[in-house]
Design a protein around this ligand. Sequence first.
Ligand SMILES: [Zn+2]
Length: 405
Amino acid sequence: MNSNVFFLFFTIFCMCSLQSDACQPKMLSAPNKRIIKPPANYYLGIRTASFEIEYTGFTLEQEAAFDMAADIWASIVVSDVPITIKANYIGMPGLGGITLPNMKKNFSSAPEIEKWYVSALANSLAGYDLAPDEMDMDIHIGMDDWYYGLDGACPATKADFVSLCLHEICHGLGFVGVAKVSGSLGSFGEITAADFGISTSFPFLSMEGKSSVFDTYLRNNADQFLCDTIIFPNNSPELKIAMTTNDVYFDGANAQFVDPIKKVRIHAPTSFLLGTSMVHLNEVSYSAADTNTLMTPYYEYGVVTHAPGFITTAVLQDIGWTLNATYTSINQNDIDLTYTYVNNIFRVLSDIDVMEINVYTINGQQVLSNKNTNHIDLSNIEEKVIIVHIKSKTSKWDAVKLVHH
Ligand SMILES: [Zn+2]
């Protein structure tokens, strides 16, 4: 069955929305199996952040998959402060996941005052832990036919757990806003504890009618920013209309540079759903076939997304994250790689023009390189575990980890 199940997230979120129609599995017309592997830095062992995760209700294989998702983010974002997560497996049918980020504003080095920042980002910007006793995010995971493997070999009948965790953690890193529709009114920063039905491990602060830094970049196709209270007063029908007409875009400079065609379209359907609307990439614009599909609100069975895509990382840059310096210069890993490894000879079988084959230790040190040939002799390499990185003449690449004998 090609089923799409609900993702979700959110800040201050809302179990009540889980009982709405929009939370039902979404049937797809056709399977769309494809795999996006983790970024090269992940394979190369390059980490610029660290995570501390407190698990409740997870099995060991669920923990391993969640750990991998966090480790992928650790190879992308930069922070001197460990990012803390309280991960709770609640096993609720129909719920993919829900993330409640801890939020801070007006901290010492905040780029903008009176704007909410998730605490993981606030800590990174401040350079120290602003609230050492608080988790940076609570993530609750629901029930599905999860595939717990780390290898991306998710069958078409299951949902990839690593991909879900990667998505949820991204909300906790700041891909999140505080938009809400109540009756005929749209608002920012009016979400309250009563909207949830779920408690947080950290104090749930009053949002004080303030937007998040993510929200400040949202505009319509007429170049009107939704946080402009002269055009869209907070708690107004005008703001509700702006949030529910499929006409919202993320206007950060980095994000717009990556996708000037679709203009980084945000999910803003006519029926507002708290935790889904205004906090995801548009489901239609970035379908399962798109490399930027991770942060759309629905996932699809058999689809493996172990990298966030350049739009999402650009959004994170726009809201204030520093990315691993080598991340943005790396090309998409979209070679459909097949190879053999026999008698110490690694040979690419894929029908590509190989430009380079580089071999790295697990710590990222390059130990061997071959150019313009589809094979490489690994017999003189001493390390037991190595990374083989293949780059084509069209700048596509892939990497595999080998146990070297
Ligand atoms: Zn989500």
